[in-house]
Design a protein around this ligand. Structure first.
Ligand code: BG6
Length: 432
């Protein structure tokens, strides 16, 4: 059984591995403040033990602020909340606050998400609840809105008259690793599409919020999510491609006959007037050729110019979310010389070149926001439910949908390429 020392050792190892510039003195100071109480999620008596332990931090007639961070397997969330409540840890005296963080996935479908929201709502006010989607806190993701709304040049063309389509890719070049137990029940649709990809899409098409308060920004994101057309039963197969990488079924803790999706590609439309008939193509998956996330706004082609080979290419605005952190626009320029030749070049803004400060990790930003009580980058209950509503028709058909096996290190099954080919378009690959 792990004890406090071993737990701290584990934290230290992780910190030295993932955080550049580890400072042993800072760590020593910090570690002294860390306490450790071991318990079983299901055992009420262990929560009572925790409640007793926490009392030592609450001076008489007063109390300390408390954050409860649930980073456990999602099926334990309800039990933990109930047990915490019955142990009375939530009963605060005096002038302090409690907040709860809930890691994703928030529920496993619409019904369970609603149930979890109801439970959480019955114990907490919405101001106390922080649902995590760490993609919202990535610096590059936060720049999508800043860039779109403050640059008139782009704001004016952000609509169906100028945009041909939008592509969003979030790829990973590794498999499920040691998370087979969780992943096999989740799959890519639940692990990535329902949250990260839909939130990226919401930011790409959302209307300017009335102001920058958490409520208004969340209202605006919600409106984007609500605008997404949910598939009718007979539309799912035409618009959704699911895949599973070769060898997935022999991963640890994975069912040897598993039909879980490790890849998905979707064609999505919105009911917003501004984006009427503009397709959004989303794809993400494990064991793809690279770990990279990017968003491409593909503009309509110029009608006047052809490239030397007679082709006509569009301007593309790319938000590189990771590992590259930049915003690029491909444009065409005349090559030097007598011949009227055109060449495609990129205009680029690169975080590393322009800003010398270290870019904080998404989780660092979220935890600071949480302490400050800033909810802007935490999805509200209605956002989470609306995202599930969108995914629901696909989940309902999961048992019948084909899961195409793809070779590790490729861009998923060929059906994903065909999804775009039928629209005379293609995925923009290798944008790292
Ligand atoms: C998590 C998923 O939300 O995001 C994981 O559960 C995934 O499966 C991870 O690996 C990716 O996060 P990032 O920030 O490394 O792209």
């Amino acid at each position: 059984e792990e004890n406090r020392e071993e737990h701290l050792e584990g934290l230290k190892t992780a910190l030295t591995k993932f955080h550049e510039g580890f400072d042993p003195m800072v760590w020593k100071n910090f570690a002294e403040r860390l306490h450790y109480v071991r318990g079983d999620f299901e055992q009420v008596s262990d929560y009572v033990k925790l409640a007793e332990y926490l009392k030592r931090f609450d001076p008489a007639e007063s109390c300390t602020n408390k954050i409860f961070y649930m980073a456990t397997a999602p099926n334990y969330f309800p039990k933990i909340i109930e047990n915490l409540e019955s142990s009375q840890v939530f009963d605060l005296l005096g002038d302090c606050w409690k907040r709860i963080i809930i890691e994703k996935p928030f529920g496993s479908d619409l019904e369970s998400a609603k149930k979890l929201n109801q439970l959480v709502d019955s114990k907490f006010s919405e101001e106390e609840v922080y649902r995590i989607d760490h993609y919202l806190a990535k610096e590059t993701v936060q720049n999508i809105l800043a860039f779109r709304f403050t640059n008139g040049l782009f704001e004016k063309v952000w609509n169906k008259d100028f945009i041909d389509h939008i592509q969003i890719t979030v790829a990973e070049d590794f498999g499920v690793e040691n998370r087979g137990g969780y992943y096999d029940k989740a799959g890519n649709l639940r692990d990535f599409i329902q949250n990260h990809l839909l939130q990226l899409l919401a930011l790409s098409i959302m209307q300017a919020p009335e102001d920058l308060s958490a409520e208004k920004v969340r209202d605006a994101r919600l409106a984007s999510l609500q605008s997404l057309k949910t598939y009718h039963d007979d539309e799912v197969e035409k618009n959704v491609v699911l895949g599973q990488y070769e060898g997935y079924q022999s991963e640890p803790k994975v069912d040897p006959n598993s039909k879980t999706d490790t890849f998905s590609a979707l064609r999505v439309f919105s009911n917003l007037d501004n984006f009427k008939n503009v397709p959004f193509y989303l794809r993400s998956g494990k064991n793809l050729p690279t770990k990279a996330a990017y968003l491409n706004i593909v503009f309509k082609k110029s009608e006047n110019f052809l490239l030397p080979d007679g082709s006509n290419l569009p301007n593309i605005l790319t938000f590189h979310i990771q590992p590259k952190q930049s915003i690029e626009i491909s444009v065409f320029v005349k090559e030097p010389g007598q011949e009227p030749k055109l060449k495609k070049v990129d205009l680029e803004f690169d975080y590393n070149k322009n800003f010398k400060t270290e870019i904080a990790d998404a989780y660092e930003k979220l935890i600071l926001d949480l302490i400050d009580g800033l909810q802007t980058f935490f999805p509200r209950s209605d956002e989470v439910e609306t995202s599930w509503e969108f995914v629901e028709p696909i989940l309902k058909k999961l048992d019948y949908l084909a899961i195409h096996v793809y070779e590790k290190g490729t861009w998923g099954p060929k059906e994903s390429d065909e999804l775009l080919k039928t629209d005379q378009r293609e995925w923009l690959n290798n944008q790292t």
